[in-house]
Design a protein around this ligand. Structure first.
Ligand code: XCC
Ligand code: SF4
Length: 634
């Protein structure tokens, strides 16, 4: 690892490093996303505007001035709305299935097993919330019942999601009145696919409403399940120091990169990378030891629980292989480029897929099961270690870029930090009152939740980093997750030194509370943490207010995935106006856009704004925050 850490790294420095790696790519004849993005441009206009329909074989139908309706008579808003709902359902299914797999892991947790209960207190809190008996019971009995009740949330025939009760009552009522309370998680996904079948819904209003509800089944259902039960299993994150950017890869060590989303596998890989037997084997192979680092949300998961360094985010995934120093890139599910298969073949790198859900050509498939997790993980680690001797030293180049980052601000951790300052310690769970005071007094103007991916349509990381810098300079605290969090980390914005980039108010808060101005709240399923945070903030206000009253906005400036759109739907439904820096394939449906960008305001007190110009977006976000402040008379 580079001995030096940089306080801040500019985008230009990162881009220079990438260019240097692209030279290696050229040398070995590897294909890269930069080239493939060029090959794909210009994109199909019909696809971009969302006005291509191929849900039945009478089509595909495309809307043009000459053909304003599909063969069945569906108009542009029907087609755009259905596509949007399908997109959302894809994201909700993905996050929620992740949550389900964590619930299964919890169900298999045993005192002497590979998976144990780490945060028993949190488990009991959830059990109480769900009316599950905790008194005098074995912790694993409670865990299994919580897991089972959690799993039933996916398919229960009656009722709505249990976690909705966490929101202020006014918000719950709005959800009820708008008919967007999610019922069983799987039901919302299924119903979305039913509604988008040929000859079902083509009315913009109905399709948008179900998009919000499907999103809600993710944020207040499946994702929240994933987050909460991961905390029970692997520990609730607390602030921990780590490093970020490509310089976290070590030239003289075995580098294992974990990539994907589900922490069940990566937790085990991290564990076995410390196994004395494996470390000894690494030395036998001529390495100094084993270095695990991460990409995408798996990186967030292990960074905030173990301080595992973060090599990069979504569009850096090829870079880690291009360093020539990656012995294995081990993936679970989601956001994995199929390109890693052929790319790894240009190097000694082993591309190891592990999930039946994400199988790819040109990979070594080691199917991972919770039941034999330890043995599987050990096998993977051993494979990587033995691969060290196959490294081609001539191809090795690790950019010397490395920052410090403090990560792991779960809601519990934020409350604890605040308690430390004010001694306002109320109960074991703590309060957000000091934060409320800071916002009310104007020391902090408000907060922005920055989330989501990278996208070649936008200069990678530029929007994330520039927006954060401007916001903190204006005394707006940022909470971040997913690849946005890693963009922050790579540039140094998650370090405590970043307080020097803040306005006076935020700087004072950072010093007092000893936090960075950009708070890492975890992976993308952890945007559910942000929902709990705003819910608690509204409840801890001088008198309970609605979430939509808070001077808070959401922002996904570089998103690309279906999951991100699902997230957008639940963030807006929760009452937080959300800014998108990439169009969600809705431009061709003015009626759908009218609903998403204006009329949903009547249902949930928030809406979407799409703005491709980052300066304008930043100003608009600050404007919305100030409008909310004025309405609150603060
Ligand atoms: Fe994937 Fe979660 Fe997007 Fe990053 S931010 S590219 S979804 S890893 Ni979620
Ligand atoms: Fe065309 Fe209608 Fe079939 Fe879509 S559902 S492909 S618009 S005929």
């Amino acid at each position: 690892m580079s001995e030096i850490t940089n306080t801040f790294i500019t985008l230009e420095e990162m881009e220079a490093a990438t260019n240097r790696l692209l030279e290696t790519a050229q040398k070995v004849g590897a294909d890269t996303w930069q080239q493939r993005a060029k090959n794909q441009t210009p994109h199909c206009k019909f696809g971009e505007e969302g006005i291509c329909c191929r849900i039945c074989t009478m089509g595909p139908c495309r809307i043009t001035p000459k053909a304003p309706r599909g063969i069945c008579g569906c108009d542009r808003d029907g087609i755009v709305g259905r596509n949007y709902l399908k997109f959302t359902a894809g994201g909700a299914a993905t996050h929620s299935d992740h949550g389900r797999s964590i619930a299964h892991t919890l169900y298999l947790a045993r005192e002497d097993g590979d998976y144990k209960v780490t945060d028993a207190e949190k488990l009991k809190r959830i059990a109480k919330e769900w009316d599950i008996e905790t008194e005098g019971r074995d912790i694993y009995d409670i865990a299994h019942e919580v897991a089972e009740v959690g799993l039933l949330e996916y398919g229960k025939p009656f009722g709505v999601q249990r976690f909705l009760k966490r929101a202020p009552e006014v918000r719950q009522k709005k959800w009820h009145d708008a008919e967007i309370e999610p019922r069983a998680i799987d039901r919302e996904v299924s119903q979305s696919l039913h509604m988008t079948h040929m000859g079902c819904s083509s009315k913009a209003e109905a399709l948008v409403r179900q998009s919000l509800r499907a999103g809600m089944s993710d944020g207040w259902g499946g994702s929240m399940m994933g987050t909460e039960l991961s905390d029970v299993l692997f520990g609730t994150p607390k602030p921990v120091d780590t490093n970020a950017n490509l310089g976290v890869m070590e030239e003289d060590m075995v580098n294992i990169v974990v990539h994907g989303h589900d922490p069940s596998l990566s937790e085990m890989v991290v564990f076995y990378a410390q196994d004395p037997e494996m470390v000894a084997l690494a030395k036998e192979m001529g390495a100094k030891g084993i270095n695990v680092c991460g990409v995408c949300c798996t990186a967030n998961e292990v960074a905030m629980r173990h301080g595992i360094p973060m090599a990069g985010n979504f569009l850096s995934q090829e870079n880690v292989v291009l360093t020539g120093a990656c012995e294995a890139i081990v993936v679970d599910v989601q956001c994995i480029f199929p390109a890693l298969g052929p790319l790894s073949k240009c190097f000694h790198t082993k591309f190891i897929t592990t999930s039946p859900i994400a199988q790819m050509p040109d990979s070594e498939y080691i199917e991972f099961h919770e039941e034999n997790a330890g043995a599987n993980a050990k096998k993977i680690v051993e494979m990587a270690v033995r691969n060290f001797q196959n490294r081609n030293k001539e191809l090795v180049h690790i950019p010397q870029l490395k920052t410090n980052a403090t990560v792991g601000y779960s809601v519990e951790a934020i409350k604890k930090c605040l308690d430390g300052v004010t001694n306002s310690h109320v109960d074991e769970i703590g309060t957000l009152k000091p934060l409320v005071d800071a916002v009310r007094s104007g020391v902090l103007r408000g907060a922005v939740a920055l989330v989501g991916c990278n996208n070649p349509r936008v200069r990678p990381d530029y929007s994330h980093i520039e927006l954060m810098k401007k916001l903190i300079a204006n005394d707006i605290i940022c909470v971040v997750s997913g690849c946005s969090a890693q963009a922050a980390a790579k540039s140094g914005l998650l370090s405590k030194e970043a307080k020097n980039l803040c306005g006076e108010g935020l700087k004072r808060v950072c010093e007092l509370v000893d936090i960075p101005p950009v708070l890492h709240m975890g992976s993308c399923v952890d945007i559910s943490r942000m929902m709990v945070l705003v819910a608690d903030l509204a409840k801890d206000w001088t008198e309970e207010i609605d979430i939509s009253d808070l001077p808070v906005v959401g922002c996904a400036p570089e998103y690309m995935s279906e999951k991100a759109v699902s997230i957008g739907n639940y963030v807006v439904s929760t009452g937080i106006t959300t800014f998108l820096g990439v169009n969600p394939y809705t431009k061709g449906g003015p009626g759908v856009e009218q609903w998403l960008q204006h009329d949903v305001e009547d249902w949930v007190g928030a809406h979407f704004e799409v703005e491709l110009d980052m300066d304008k977006m930043c100003n608009r976000m600050m404007e919305v925050i100030e409008e909310k402040r004025t309405k609150l008379n603060i």
